[in-house]
Design a protein around this ligand. Structure first.
Ligand code: ADP
Ligand code: ZN
Ligand code: ZN
Length: 729
């Protein structure tokens, strides 16, 4: 037998698979097996992608694998990796690396424990007055009472002696390391009676679930087609009961004997969502996320692969859960950019979910208060028009900052003073970390910038250091200008640190609690704690970057403030309006959920921007229609596909030359290739970019993939790195 093996190397130049000879007794090796192999004079790991009867290479020249690891990838995921490698112009090895069990290549293994069990003879000995010491009698009695028990708890040497007399059996068993369950708050394990609106939106989903199960032939629909009756978009404001609809759709999937994947943007920020699934479905829920230990992730993965768990909840990588017979894939908060992976392959979990749903004949259920225009176009939309508690959305006031000098508008400061008097709660959002955006010399105009990246350095910690937000470079705050020696240094703009300071000023020195949440203030695992403390506080202000607009459900927030709402608009990106609309709307959805009612203030330099006007009217239908009109006119996604290629090198001419060479090689039909365009220097590397705008997506991806495969290994020798991003964010 021949195994075609894809070695797990990062380089683009190595293109497997390569043939290895299997011995007749190696029948445990199949597609997806992880092998230790000799490769190019080294030892490495590889995944079997195919078994064959014969090879084109003479048998005596074929090597044998050195060994088999005790974890393997389901064949469906091997195929998925192949698709991803093509779809994202990456390599099969890189895609396989993402899909393997967490830690598999680092030698993660199941944890075994010696388990003791009473034998029938042991039971007899306990009842008859056999020769047993007090302690032995107690041990046997305990085993009889509690069943199989980890030997270490009872004393292994003593158990060994009982085993030698045939009274106890000792076997080594796999002990899954389970992550701690999440707090569920007020939600219970039983499903509430659905509202009429929830029933109305759930009905077509249940119908599609039933139809998908009944008709396996429907699995062969082609890709990239219009709504096929199995793709839904649940469009409803925060608090409209979407999660309850997901829960009941998952329940129906399990009842039909199938499995489900639920993707959520960030577990750390939204532990309650996960807690609700755990509370409702118990042990059949497995979670996969980065704050678990590697052992826990490995074991959760194994529980899914073995079918012991049938629902996987997790962030984007959970889309690769090794589940068989998937009936439903839910993508909560489908507008979130965290579904896009930044490493190679630069996959988009929403797109992978769509592909996997198709392969399994599964129902795809996206949900959001601010769905992407592309999802609206590609799915059957189901509306949940109001909050479950029927509270109205809070009024949104747009505050024009063009004539203001203070970072907080007078209206905002007044609202904060009211908040202090009424001891209420507020969320203040500013999507920018640090104290000031940049420093400049008042005398000569010199701007302090990063030595590795062509970007300005940001002032941090009330002025104790400067930092680059791209590469992490830090330096001391300058006393004088390095160019003209002037000591007059100007600080420009405000970040979350500065706003925190301004809030303290506005609220007076009253000890009114202020909680800051951003990547500087709190490590990843502490963020949930900050959110929980704000949730538990009777009054206070939560200030931070976009993470304050997500996740936790704060019933008693009466004021929401967006500082510099058009900050996201200033990015030169066709999604700028969409992002701004989502950010303002999501924050508005967090305010006014309790008895106090609510109010949202939006400070902006662009009060007439359409995203801000639509968001202030809570008009997501209007925004989507308008945005689709613009996208159509400019031929942007979803009316075309974008592919971005970035060539980076130490020197600018090298990067540009590689981009130019690629440009000459790429001739996709019905597409335009824009560039090469220079990008700012990043982490010490000059960059040059091509953007392909394509009508025929598969043809463009194929053309780019071929050109990159041809050119990348050649330019790599000159230190040029080529990265491809299909559907860039
Ligand atoms: P969303 O996911 O749209 O933000 P949720 O499903 O979290 O909405 O629902 C908002 C709140 O309403 C939650 O506290 C939830 O427990 C509650 N809820 C949802 N559906 C019902 C229902 N049918 N009956 C009673 N309470 C409900
Ligand atoms: Zn100067
Ligand atoms: Zn830098």
């Amino acid at each position: 037998m021949i195994a075609r093996v894809q070695p797990l190397t990062r380089t683009r130049a190595v293109r497997g698979p390569f043939d290895y000879r299997l011995r007749a007794d190696q029948t445990e090796i199949g597609v997806g097996s992880l092998l230790r192999i000799p490769f190019g004079g080294r030892r490495t790991l590889g995944v079997v992608v195919e078994l064959a009867q014969r090879s084109d290479v003479a048998p005596e020249r074929l090597a044998e694998p050195d060994g088999v690891l005790d974890t393997s990838l389901p064949a469906e995921l091997v195929a998925l990796a192949g698709w991803m490698a093509r779809e994202y112009c990456s390599t099969p090895a890189r895609a396989l690396g993402l899909l393997l069990a967490p830690g598999a290549t680092a030698g993660a293994r199941a944890k075994r424990a010696l388990v003791a069990e009473l034998t029938p003879a042991g039971g007899d000995a306990l009842r008859e007055s056999s020769r047993l010491s007090e302690r032995q009698r107690a041990t046997l009695a305990r085993l009889e009472r509690q069943g199989p028990t980890v030997a270490a708890e009872l004393g292994t040497p003593a158990l060994r002696r009982l085993e030698s007399r045939g009274l106890v059996s000792l076997t080594s068993r796999i002990q899954p390391r389970r992550p701690a369950r999440h707090a569920v708050g007020s939600t219970s394990a039983t499903a509430p009676e659905l509202t009429e609106d929830q029933k109305r939106v759930l009905a077509p989903v249940l119908e599609a679930l039933a139809a998908a199960g009944a008709d396996p032939a429907s699995q062969s629909t082609g890709e990239g087609q219009a709504p096929d009756g199995r793709r839904f978009l649940l469009h409803g404001v925060t608090g409209s009961g979407k999660t309850e609809v997901y829960l009941q759709a998952v329940a129906a999937t399990l009842a039909a004997g199938r499995s489900a994947i639920v993707l959520v943007p960030e577990i750390v920020l939204t532990p309650q969502a996960l807690g609700r699934f755990e509370a409702r479905f118990g042990e059949v829920v497995a979670v996969l996320h980065s704050s678990l230990s590697q052992g826990q992730r490995y074991d959760e993965w194994r529980r899914l692969a073995a079918g012991a768990a049938k629902v996987c909840v997790g962030p984007r990588s959970a889309v690769f859960a090794p589940l068989a017979d998937i009936g439903l894939i839910v993508v909560d908060e489908e507008h979130e950019s965290s579904y896009k992976h930044e490493g190679d392959p630069r996959y988009d979990a929403r797109h992978v979910a769509e592909h996997r749903a198709q392969a399994h004949g599964a129902v795809l259920l996206l949900g959001s208060a601010t769905p992407r225009p592309e999802s609206v176009l590609a799915t059957t939309r189901l509306r949940l028009p109001s909050r479950v508690d029927h509270r109205p959305m809070p009024p949104v006031e747009v505050l024009d900052m063009r004539t203001q000098h203070h970072p907080l508008h007078p209206e905002t400061r007044m609202a904060l003073a009211d908040l202090r008097r009424s001891a209420g709660k507020a969320i203040v959002l500013l999507n920018r970390r640090g104290w000031s955006n940049f420093l400049s010399c008042r005398a000569c105009g010199h701007v302090w910038s990063c030595p590795n990246c062509e970007v300005a350095l940001v002032l941090h910690r009330g002025g104790s250091f400067l930092a680059c937000h791209h590469c992490g470079h830090r330096e001391a705050v300058p006393g004088r200008c390095g160019v003209c020696a002037s000591v007059s240094v100007a600080r420009h703009g405000a970040g979350t640190e500065r706003i925190e300071h301004e809030l303290r000023e506005a609220l007076g020195e009253t000890g009114f609690p202020i909680f800051r949440l951003d990547a500087d203030s709190t490590a990843l695992h502490q963020r949930a704690g900050t959110l929980a403390r704000f949730a538990a506080a009777r009054s206070g202000v939560l200030v931070g970057t976009q993470m304050v607009a997500k996740g936790h459900d704060f019933p008693d927030v009466s004021l929401g403030v967006v500082v510099d709402a058009d900050q996201t608009l200033r990015f030169p990106d066709f999604r700028a309006e969409e992002r701004t609309f989502a950010l303002v709307t999501q924050l508005a959805g967090r305010a006014g959920r309790g008895d106090r009612g609510g109010r949202v203030l939006v400070q902006t330099l662009a009060p007439d921007a359409r995203s801000i006007v639509f968001a202030s009217h809570h008009d997501s239908d209007g925004f989507i229609a308008d945005e689709l009109g613009h996208r159509r006119a400019l031929n942007y996604p979803p009316f075309s596909s974008l592919i971005r290629i970035v060539c980076s090198a130490h020197e600018e001419p090298e990067a540009r030359a590689a981009a130019t060479a690629l440009h000459a090689q790429i001739a996709p039909p019905a597409a335009t290739v824009l560039g090469p365009a220079p990008l700012f220097r990043l982490r010490g590397r000059a960059r040059s970019q091509l953007v392909i705008k394509a009508g025929d997506r598969p043809a463009a991806i194929a053309a780019v993939g071929e050109a990159v495969d041809r050119i990348a290994p050649r330019v790599a020798r000159r230190g040029v790195n080529v990265s491809v991003d299909v559907d860039p964010q």
